[in-house]
Each structure stands twice: as structure tokens, then as C-alpha cells.
Ligand binder design. Structure first.
Ligand code: TXA
Ligand code: MG
Length: 323
């Protein structure tokens, strides 16, 4: 085990914070059972304390240790989809500090599908509370360098290379046989239906009830204007100002002149689009000549739903009009 990893485990044990990779995005972690440690996460991220954190565990046992939820399907979902990008919102035990859950009686828990993350939890010997490792409201990081860009004060950043899913986990909550998808992600309603045929009635994001206060409409935004390209944007490129950056998800044949183009995929492979989405936004955010960013849509199927959720939140201030 290398020394930076060992130091990171000791940092967690001593009540410090460590940024680490998961399969979705990088997290900023601390001992979930130590409120003083958890408070540092809120401070570094400048995150309001009404926005609860996800707790990361290294096993189903980790879920059992934190949950008093009686719904048997919670464990069935965990057994089926973990390790993986599915967060389960469950009734919590008292040992989970209120700061982690913003005073809610429930806690979001997941087991990440990333060896470095699992080893960090195991070797630190505690569940790790971790939101995405970005400043509140800014773009999520999917590389260690993107973490350092936004949070230079974090001393321990474990580098596991780029995250392979690239967008945050699906968050679900069960209410008897109702499955509420609070945040779409790589694991879709259809995936859950296929795994558990006929078991659940689904509803999507009930953010009007604000059970997940972090599910704000505006989130994950770059620090310059972001606009959605209309579907007929072939007729449109000449009208975009030259200092525009453009994010596309498939190769287009027309001429974009000197405008800065970034592709998330050349053939609209949606898994590839998700994996490259935040890096495309970070790239154009960092590009000094680019004053505003335009991004194309993807179809609302499979993980496309989660991709469009993130794009809409990132562009929220600038929807729906294109200047
Ligand atoms: O993929 C992910 O989930 C990443 C990686 C690091 O695991 N984490 C992540 O955390 O996206 P964060 O803090 O950026 O988003 C957590 C979301 C928030 O919107 C929060 O409101 C919701 O989870 N959440 C946490 N606990 C909740 C609860 N008890 N009830 C409802 N929503 C909850
Ligand atoms: Mg986040």
C-alpha cells in the first residue's frame, strides 16, 4: 500500500478530509460518524447545511450498521446493484449525526464501485460521508486535477484517474412498494424494473416536496453562461458569436469556423457522453477565449435522462432562450 494512501486513511481517522475517486465523480470525504469531521466538508465546499450528504460504505453490512429501515427491498436493491452508482435513502440509526442528514430521519447510503474508494473506507475503518468534491453549485469533478482546481486547500487528493460513469449516482427512496427516483443516474427505472419485475410503482423526482434539498434546480454550473442548442442547430452555427465554445455529442458535418468545439462522443454513445460531460464543461470553463458555452441535447432514454438532468441544472439560469 503506498504511503499517500496510508496517510489519507490516517487523515480520515484523525477527523480530516480526503478527496477520493468513485465510479461516478470524485468525493470529498470524512468520517461519517464524526460531526466535527463532517463539518469540515461543509466549510470547504461552502455548502449550506440544509443539503444532506451521501454516506459511502464498503459492504451490505455497512448499510445494516447505519439503517433501521424495515423495507426488505432496500437490501434486495443493495444486493443487486452494489457496488454501483445507486444511493438508497433509508431510515437512519441514531448514530448517524444530524449534520450528515441535515436533520432528516433518513440517510442516503451507497457502496461505490471503485477499488480505491472501497479500500479507503475499509482501511479507515469507518463509513465515509462524501458529497461531490466541488464548490457548492459548481461543476462536479471527474479527475483529481479538477478537484484541485476548485478545492486547492484540500491536502489529500487520491488520484484514481478519470471516473468511468462520470455523473452522480441515481438516488432512490422506497415508500412501501413505491420507488421514488430522487435523482436520475446511470441506473435507470428500467434497470430496476428488469431486476425486480412488477414489484415497484415508480415516480420521478418529487423535488417539489424537497425531500432532497440538494436537488436544487440550479446546480453543477460552469462559471460562464451555458445555453442549450436547439434541435435544429444545423441552421444556427453562423449566428453563434465567435467567442463561443460548443459541446457536441456526435460528429456533425457543417462548418463551425474557429469556434472551440468539444465532443463528448463522436456517435452519441450515451455512456461515453456521460463519462465525458463534466470534463467537456471543465475544458470550456478553463478556456479563456470562450465567453459562453453552447451544448447539444441527447435523447431522453436510458442514461440520457440523467445527462439531460445535469445539463438542465447546469444551464438553468440561461434556459430556455438562446441569445
Ligand atoms: O455519485 C454520487 O452520489 C457522488 C459520489 C461522491 O458518491 N456524490 C454526490 O453527492 O453526488 P452530492 O452531495 O453532490 O449529492 C448528494 C445528494 C444531494 O442532492 C442530497 O440532497 C441528496 O443526495 N441526499 C442525501 N441524503 C439525502 C436524504 N436523506 N434524503 C434525500 N436526499 C438526500
Ligand atoms: Mg454534488
Amino acid at each position: 500500500m503506498n504511503s499517500s494512501f496510508t496517510k489519507a486513511c490516517i487523515e480520515i481517522q484523525n477527523g480530516g478530509v480526503v478527496a477520493f475517486p468513485t465510479e461516478t465523480v470524485y468525493g470529498l470525504g470524512a468520517n461519517a460518524l464524526n460531526p466535527m469531521a463532517v463539518a469540515k466538508i461543509f466549510q470547504i465546499k461552502e455548502r449550506p447545511t440544509f443539503d444532506p450528504l451521501i454516506v459511502h460504505v464498503d459492504s451490505i453490512q455497512g448499510l445494516q450498521d447505519l439503517s433501521i429501515d424495515q423495507n426488505p427491498y432496500i437490501f434486495k436493491l443493495a444486493e443487486h446493484f452494489w457496488p454501483g452508482p445507486l444511493t438508497l435513502v433509508v431510515e437512519k440509526k441514531n448514530l448517524v449525526p444530524d449534520l450528515v442528514t441535515s436533520g432528516l430521519s433518513t440517510v442516503g447510503i451507497r457502496m461505490p464501485d471503485n477499488e480505491l474508494a472501497l479500500n479507503l473506507i475499509r482501511e479507515s475503518g469507518c463509513p465515509i460521508a462524501a458529497p461531490s468534491a466541488n464548490k457548492f453549485g459548481c461543476l462536479s469533478p471527474v479527475t483529481a486535477a479538477q478537484v484541485k482546481k476548485q478545492l486547492p486547500q484540500v491536502e489529500y487528493v487520491l488520484d484514481g484517474g478519470p471516473c468511468n460513469v462520470g455523473i452522480e449516482s441515481t438516488i432512490v427512496m422506497l415508500n412501501e412498494n413505491r420507488c421514488i427516483i430522487l435523482r436520475p443516474g446511470k441506473i435507470t427505472q428500467q434497470d430496476i424494473e428488469v431486476a425486480f419485475p412488477g414489484v415497484f410503482q415508480f415516480s420521478q423526482n418529487s423535488s417539489e416536496v424537497l425531500v432532497a434539498p440538494g436537488l436544487l434546480k440550479s446546480h453543477y454550473s460552469p462559471n460562464k453562461p451555458l445555453y442549450l442548442l436547439p434541435d435544429n442547430f444545423e441552421n444556427f452555427p453562423q449566428k453563434l458569436a465567435e467567442n463561443s465554445g460548443i459541446i457536441l455529442h456526435k460528429k456533425e458535418s457543417f462548418d463551425w469556423d474557429d469556434r472551440k468545439l468539444v465532443y463528448t462522443s463522436l456517435n452519441q454513445n450515451l455512456l461515453e457522453v456521460a463519462a465525458n460531460l463534466f470534463t467537456a464543461l471543465h475544458t470550456l470553463e478553463d478556456e479563456e477565449t470562450v465567453k459562453q458555452i453552447y451544448i447539444a441535447s441527447v435523447p431522453l432514454r436510458g442514461i440520457g435522462l440523467a445527462i439531460m438532468d445535469r445539463i438542465h441544472k447546469a444551464a438553468y439560469r440561461y434556459l430556455p432562450s438562446i441569445p
